[in-house]
Design a binder for this molecule. Sequence first.
Ligand code: NI
Length: 396
Amino acid sequence: MSFLAEEARRVQSRLVQWRRHLHQNPEIGTEVPQTAAFVAGRLREMGLAVRDGVGGLGVVGLLEGGHTGPTLAIRADMDALKVTEETGLPFASKHPGRMHACGHDGHTAIALGTAEILASHREQLQGNVKFIFQPAEEGPGGAKPMIQDGALLNPKVDAVIGLHLGVIWDLPPGTVGVRSGPMMASTDRVEITIKGKGGHGAMPHQTVDAVAIGAQVVTALQTIVSRRVDPLEPAVVTIGSFHAGTAFNVIADTAVMQGTVRCLRESLRQRMPEHIERMVQGVATGMGAEASLNYRPGHPVLENDPEFTAFFAGVAKEVLGEGKVVTLSQPTMGGEDMSYFLNEVPGTYFFLASGNPAKGIVYPHHHPRFDIDEDVLWMGVALFAEAAWRWLDNQA
Ligand code: NI
């Protein structure tokens, strides 16, 4: 085992302590003042140069190595979810309606632990390691504002790495899932308004029924993926909300729908708004209504750099053993705003499986009984630290 992996093991109890502290005190979205202050405080104790308030409440800690060289960034997300915890754990959330149900408490603890052990070897580092802690991964998005506020500058970041914990397919705890190229989907949002003409439920001929037309629109939208998109190319169009009408016997004049549109290729993503617009307008006009669309771009496709990913997979095999690293056979249509960082600089995002049926840790992300097997925390530190160390060494 490498010396960094051994040191990662030695900080395990502190990782658990940090993770539990964060777990008990979850904060949501862009409003993560206590979490950010906690992170900044720990980084300062470790002797890092800290810039807080980056793009909102983001925190950037810079560890300057003893030797000049490039800069590798390690990214963690800090935000929790609007979920009421039902785990019954002794360190469960103290705040009803708020829960670290996506493991970001673990991500934050792992990045802090990595900072701690690398800081103790800063003289030997062949460059810098920048620790980026972002709010609002779960929405409205914290990566983009941090980039706009210079998180990847001064010094300029040359590569970036990040991870996600959780029940990852059926992978045993401590298994690393890597994938080269597109790994997670773009997440655009569309709002569709159908404007008809309301009236008495008994006299439909005098109205333009927004509910009936909206229903046709939803059905027609399903044919975009089935008929317009190459069957070998993944895409999702989901209408998740549909609101219309006020009474059982009154024809609604307006229907408002919201949906998510996901792709794994940027070129397809660019064509989706036109497909959707044409379909909605065609159906609505054909049935005598007017339609308007509000198409809001979300996170881009998350794409891992092939070369960096191969490098990382090699490191992970050495740190945890050959059998602990799997190449994911398929991407996921879930989204992640880590994609903004990976759009700017090469790097990789990987999964570290933390589900453990033997301990009853089987619930998916965002579930009120979501938990992580804390025994994998040190592995995250070992992976980050070893990858950062070696990557800087390789560039020297
Ligand atoms: Ni998450």
